[in-house]
Design a protein. Structure first.
Length: 281
């Protein structure tokens, strides 16, 4: 069971000034920070910019996900978390040999999970199972989860790993269940097994799944995912949309289109307001 910690507001910031909604998948970038080669070169995208965009849509809490281009150097994300203590949460990328002291420092900053990226060129290489198993006991102690960015074809591997580790798993970007995944596919059975064992899923990353705005091609998949994961769904914008050049960035509000077109008002309230608090605290 994933432990929850109360969200506290920064000193001097009235609670009424903080919108209640959550965007559970954003990135922050500092153009001056070194990046890993072989992938994209990020534009400068500070915390204040996404906070301003999100607030317009009733969102005041963000989950800052460590970008693959920074590897295990979480400094940019940690500086952003420190700018609004207690308001946001983080998902880090760490080495299996990380010390307990550093894990505790990350926890104190607001980090509540670690991410494995098996898709991006600058993501994890080789077999991640040994690192996962080495980290698992210490993640459980802290009530952390493991966030996975994988292709749908890789979901069956996660079923056994979730069972072996006893950790909560969170599946990025609709678990990779894109427009090219047919109705009958082993990935759906794996998703069902993961959901039954308590995994969460992020409604996010539509343009990574073979869809274009307004993403109607994904509506049947989102409906099916909602039936499987129900109370363990959260929503994310994937801002600042690193798959696009600056002149073609989708507007922030477009990332909510697919969710609003499928979920009813009660489900939408839960996904944007109630369920993120259970997962991230």
């Amino acid at each position: 069971m994933i432990a929850a910690s109360p969200v506290t507001e920064p000193a001097g910031s009235p609670v009424e000034d903080v919108a209640a909604g959550w965007d559970c998948h954003v990135h922050v970038f500092d153009a001056a920070a070194p990046v890993r080669p072989g992938h994209y070169v990020p534009r400068h995208s500070p915390l204040a910019a996404i906070e301003q965009q999100a607030r317009i849509h009733g969102i005041g809490h963000l989950v800052l996900v460590q970008p693959s281009v920074y590897g295990t150097d979480n400094a940019v994300m940690l500086r952003a978390l420190a700018a609004a203590p207690g308001r946001h949460r983080g998902v880090a990328v760490v080495d299996a040999g990380i010390t307990d002291r550093e894990l505790d420092r990350l926890h104190g900053a607001g980090v509540r999970g670690v991410r494995f990226n098996l898709v991006s060129p600058a993501g994890h290489e080789g077999d991640v199972a040994p690192a996962l198993m080495r980290l698992a006991p210490r993640l459980r102690e802290r009530g952390w989860h493991v966030q996975w960015y994988v292709r749908a074809q890789e979901l069956p591997r996660l079923v056994s790993w979730q069972m072996q580790t006893g950790l909560g798993f969170v599946l990025d970007h609709l678990a990779g269940l894109g427009a090219d995944i047919p109705e009958i596919h082993p990935a759906w059975e794996a998703a069902k097994a993961l959901a039954a064992a308590g995994a969460w899923i992020k409604l996010s990353g539509w343009y990574r799944l073979g869809a274009a705005e307004p993403y109607t091609v994904l509506q049947p998949h989102i409906q099916r995912v909602a039936a499987l994961f129900g109370p363990r769904m959260v929503c994310g914008s994937d801002w600042p949309h690193t798959s696009f050049p600056p002149e073609r960035l989708p507007p922030y509000e477009s990332t909510l289109l697919a969710v609003r077109s499928v979920l009813n008002a009660s489900q939408l309230q839960a996904v944007l307001h109630e369920q993120p608090g259970q997962l991230y605290g």
